[in-house]
Structure formats: C-alpha cells, structure tokens
Design a protein around this ligand. Structure first.
Ligand code: NAX
Length: 364
C-alpha cells in the first residue's frame, strides 16, 4: 500500500516506476497543480527509511522545513517503513501537513521500496533491525545485510542514478558497503555512512575543554568505523588556527577522557536518557547531506566513504575520513602526516571493518 499527497509536479514528470505504482488521490493533486509556486527550483525527492522511528521522526520535519537543502529548495518526502509500521506513517503525514511548510511539495508513504526510492535524489537509510538480547554481532550484520541488499537493489532500479545515499542504520559502515555492492546503477562513491554525529560529539568536547566555540575548531576528523573503535583524531585539529593539542596541552585528557567519551557517547546517552540518541543523530544525518549537497566552504568534516590504500588502509571498505565538500562532491583530505599513535588507532578500526566485511562476503 502507498499513499501520496500534495504533489506539485504533474504526473507526466514522474518516472514509469512512480506513475505505474503510485495511486494518486486526484482531488488533492488538483489543488496543488492550480497553485502557483514561488520556487524557481524544481522539488527534489528525498527518501527516508525508518521514517516512523525515533531518528526518522526527528529528521523528517527538519528536512521538510528546508533546513537540509535550503529554504529555496522544495522537497517531496518519500517515507518508507516496514509493512507492519506503514500505517503509522499516515499520522506522521498528517503532522507534516499540519506544519504547512512552504518547502514541502508532497509526501509519499510506502513500504514498497521501488515506490519509496522512485526518482529520489537523496536516500537516507535510517531503518535497521536493532540488536536484540543475546544477539551476536555477526547475526546483526547478517540480518541487516539482507535489508541493505534489498535496498541497494531497489535504489539501483528506481532512484536517480545520481542519488546520494547516507546510511545511518547500524552497523552503518558495513550496511553502506552492502548497499553499494548491490546497486549497480549508482556510483560506489555515492554510498556513505554517518560518522557526523561522532564528529559533532567530539567538537563539543573539544570546545568545552578549550573554552572556545565549536566554529573555532577546524581540521578535526573521525577515522574508521562508527563503533567504539573509531579514532577521533586531534592531531591535525586547529583552534582559531593554533594547533588544538597546543591549546589543550593535556595529553592525558585526550587519551583518557576525550577518546572514550566520544567513542562511548552513544551508550552514555542510553544510560542517561533510557533511549538512544535520536535528535542528535537526526541532526548529524541532516548536516551530512546538507554539507555534501551545499558544501563545507573548505572546512573539514567526517564522512564514511569508500576507502583506498592511502594512509596504510585497504581499498573497498566504507571508512570514515576527513573530507571537504563542494559542488555536490566529497573529496578526501590527502597527504596528512600520520604518526605511530594515529597509525595504530587507524589500523585498529580498519581491522574491525575488515572483519565485518568478511562476515558478509556472500552479500557483496
Ligand atoms: P527505531 O527503532 O526508533 O526506529 C527504526 C525504524 O526503522 C522503525 O520504525 C522500524 O520499523 C524501521 N525499519 C526497520 N527495518 C526497516 C526496513 N527494512 N525498512 C524500512 N524501515 C525499517 O530506531 P532509531 O533510534 O530511529 O535508530 C535507527 C538506526 O540508527 C539504528 O540502527 C541505530 O542503531 C542507528 N544509529 C546510528 C547512528 C550513527 O551515528 N550512524 C547513531 C544513532 C543510532 O544509534
């Protein structure tokens, strides 16, 4: 089942996949077709899986309001859920309607992946199976692997070939790897995993320690896996242009407080809130796509992207790097000096990703 509303674009503008599969309520279409739009840009379709979940709910209203792609860029939201939860999307859509966001030009609610990804230019893959009690990491990888195999294939079949994909659902890096391998029509580089929440968590820890503003910090990055093995690397970071390590001047804090605080922040939030990070995760996802689409203005950020063999790493994993973004393209920061400590930390998180990849080899 799928339902659609408030479409600004005529039926003829939809791909064969969309026009074949989606049942349009004609009365509501007629209303939006006759209304003149004040936007010069055509609406862009943004798919969000797990849209009725905690992160999804914190994310979609911000995307709909223009905070991700800009207040001048209308969007059509494609909300995707599992069939058992699809009915809940009706209520989410009612709330979206009740916000009357000028930038929101339509909402598609569905559990059909090809409808959900139809003609999408952005796909935010948030939904995933959570780790249950007594479940091994390898079981979680395999169960989620099946989900991301199917989503990769559906993206390939239905999304724009230029679609930019962000995987949030855990284990995010390896899920992104599986989706990328199963999506032949979309370039591998378009599949990314979220480490922006880890990056943002680290920025605030640094700012609080150095008594500076977060925007004073540059050249900080998270390397590797979105897991407690990640390496939050301060060795290149600057605060108002001065090396951050010099400003902080406390090696013990970096190793004994900063690293574990950032690496285990997710668990600390669960302990305190009795629920996992949702608003901050949604914010990280939004900033990841916003910066990818609109650029970082030369500043570094962290994104899980396809790895190569520079920095002593291995090709073909989804590994978090320092990147800059411009013109809708991410670019790794290259040529950085890597000392022994950084090398060891980067290899440690690499080894975990290699193990994860080996557990899902049959899905690649
Ligand atoms: P919730 O359990 O609140 O919501 C997940 C939603 O996804 C549910 O509504 C569920 O029905 C839906 N879903 C499950 N499988 C689906 C599928 N195959 N297709 C479509 N929808 C599906 O979890 P939430 O707190 O929103 O977390 C979502 C994911 O984000 C989890 O995997 C979580 O581990 C991961 N996280 C990733 C982070 C990161 O930095 N990369 C940080 C936050 C978060 O822990």
């Amino acid at each position: 089942m799928s339902f659609v509303s408030r479409f600004a674009s005529p039926l003829s503008a939809l791909s064969p996949v969309m026009s074949r599969r989606v049942a349009f309520p004609l009365a509501s279409q007629h209303r939006s077709f006759t209304k003149m739009s004040s936007f010069t840009k055509p609406p862009v379709r943004v798919a969000v899986t797990g849209a009725a979940g905690a992160i999804g709910y914190a994310l979609i209203f911000r995307v709909a309001s223009g905070q991700m792609l800009g207040a001048d860029h209308p969007v059509i939201l494609h909300l995707i859920e599992v069939p058992q939860v699809e009915a809940n999307l009706k209520g989410v859509k009612m709330e979206l309607d009740d916000c009357a966001f000028p930038t929101l030009k339509g909402v598609v609610c569905t559990s059909d992946l090809e409808v959900g990804f139809g003609d999408c230019e952005y796909a935010m893959l948030v939904g995933a199976k959570p780790r249950g009690p007594g479940m091994e990491r390898s079981d979680l990888l395999k169960d989620n692997g099946k989900i991301f195999t199917g989503q990769g294939k559906a993206l390939s079949a239905a999304a724009k070939p230029s679609c930019k994909v962000l995987v949030v659902g855990n284990p995010a890096n390896t899920n992104a790897l599986i989706a990328a391998h199963n999506s032949k029509n979309i370039p591998f580089e378009n599949f990314t995993a979220m480490t922006r929440l880890d990056h943002n968590r680290a920025l605030t820890q640094i700012a609080q320690k150095a008594k500076c503003d977060v925007e004073d910090i540059d050249k900080f990055c998270v390397w590797g896996n979105h897991s407690p093995t990640m390496y939050p690397d301060l060795s290149h970071a600057t605060i108002k242009g001065t090396p951050a390590k010099q400003v902080i001047n406390d090696e013990s804090w970096i190793k004994n407080e900063f690293y574990p605080t950032v690496q285990k922040r997710g668990a600390a939030v669960i302990d305190a809130r009795k629920a996992s990070s949702a608003a901050s995760a949604a914010n990280g996802a939004l900033e990841h796509i916003r910066d990818w689409a609109l650029g970082t203005g030369g500043k570094w950020t962290s994104m899980g992207v396809v790895s190569d063999d520079t920095y002593g790493l291995q090709k073909g994993l989804i590994y978090s790097y320092p990147v800059t973004c411009a013109n809708g393209v991410w670019t790794k920061v290259t040529g950085l000096p890597v000392d022994q400590h950084s090398h060891d930390m980067m290899q440690h998180t690499l080894n975990e990703l290699v193990q994860e990849r080996d557990m899902v080899k049959d899905m690649l």
